[in-house]
Design a protein around this ligand. Structure first.
Ligand code: FA5
Length: 334
């Protein structure tokens, strides 16, 4: 049996004929199992010797088969490679997954916080006129407060890139007057400033605007506190300082405390423990009037915050230029 099987194996030239050989000898009805079964029919004295020999043959044949099968497979692979050199068995490169820009993520977080408080989102134009960006916000031509915003002018007189989202206040008021308003106005602003790690010439702002009967400074404070705690954590404190903007009276600036445990705390807060996050105030009566409202009937508050600065705080980003530099090493971190 061994000789016959070995000879037959030797002439098997491919995987199919090898498999057929394997079935013939090792299959359920194969010759090896049949030979092994014979043990039971032998006289007891011969069983041991027969059994040992049968097992040796079984192991020898199966080893020979494995090696022949391995060689046949290799030969087949080699032949197919020669025939068709494209190796489709190489694992492919998976395409890089896209993701949302960190600025988009933080903007969405800000929207969801304000929409939970009942604010609508309102977009307005980035190319503005002088009237809406300045005049209607209580800054007539030559008003010294205009110097607070270095402006990109266009070649068309009176047309400029908005320096803040505040002109949006005028658009919303004109559109919704005389109804009460609760809206946030996100978008890009432009300033003709020196670019530094903290300042870009193009950056986002989110303006908040609330107009209605009996809107007070307390409402402003509550809204800002809720916002700061949802974005930065429940334990956050806010601090209000008096400030000046032509379109609000009184005007304030809002700081949040920064945890001393943060290794960057001193650098971020310049050692004061407080960090500015927005400008705000009660809407100036002139501005309400310019939007169509009667300041004797309604009051309102507004605020303007800078999402890039807030994102820098939240994630410890030390240079604002990273936002629009399109460097994947930065973008992929979020
Ligand atoms: C204003 O622009 C006011 N319009 C804010 C306001 C709105 C006050 C409504 C009262 C009522 P300010 O110039 O401080 O204020 O800018 C507001 C925020 O925009 C800043 O706190 C900062 O976060 C962001 N910001 C200002 N300039 C830049 C800049 N160059 N780069 C990045 N962020 C900036």
């Amino acid at each position: 049996l061994e000789t016959k099987a070995t000879e037959e194996l030797a002439v098997c030239s491919d995987e199919n004929s090898l498999k057929a050989w394997n079935t013939k000898y090792f299959g359920d009805r194969g010759e090896i199992p049949a030979a092994l079964k014979l043990v039971g029919t032998l006289p007891p004295a011969e069983r041991k010797g027969y059994g040992q020999e049968a097992n040796r043959v079984k192991v020898a044949l199966s080893t020979a088969y494995e090696s022949a099968f391995g060689k046949a497979k290799e030969a087949a692979l080699l032949a197919s490679l020669n025939e068709n050199p494209l190796d489709i068995t190489l694992p492919g490169r998976s395409p890089a997954k896209g993701g949302l820009h960190v600025a988009t993520r933080v903007m969405r977080e800000i929207y969801s916080i304000f929409s939970d408080m009942g604010f609508q989102i309102f977009r307005s134009r980035e190319v503005e006129d002088d009237q809406t960006n300045f005049e209607l916000l209580n800054m007539p031509a030559h008003h010294p407060a205009r110097d607070m915003w270095d402006t990109f002018h266009t070649k068309t007189p009176g047309v400029l890139l908005r320096t803040h989202t505040s002109p949006g206040q005028i658009h919303v008021m004109k559109e919704f007057c005389p109804q009460p308003i609760r809206a946030v106005l996100p978008g890009f602003c432009y300033r003709y400033e020196a670019i530094t790690p903290r300042s870009e010439i193009q950056f986002e702002q989110v303006e908040g605007l609330v107009v209605g009967p009996n809107v007070t400074m307390t409402d402003l404070k509550g809204t800002i506190t809720t916002f700061a705690r949802r974005l930065f954590g429940e334990e956050r404190q806010i601090r209000i300082r008096s400030s000046y903007f032509p379109f609000t009276e009184p005007s304030i600036e809002v700081d949040i405390d920064w945890p001393k445990e943060d290794p960057n705390a001193d650098r971020l807060t310049k050692g004061t423990g407080w960090l500015e996050i927005m400008g705000a105030g009660m809407i100036h009566p002139t501005v309400l009037r310019n939007g169509g409202y009667d300041p004797d009937q309604v009051s309102g508050f507004a605020f303007g915050l800078g999402p890039q600065r807030i994102t820098m705080l939240k994630y410890g980003i030390d240079d604002i230029r990273q936002f629009w530099a399109n460097d994947l090493r930065f973008l992929e971190q979020f």
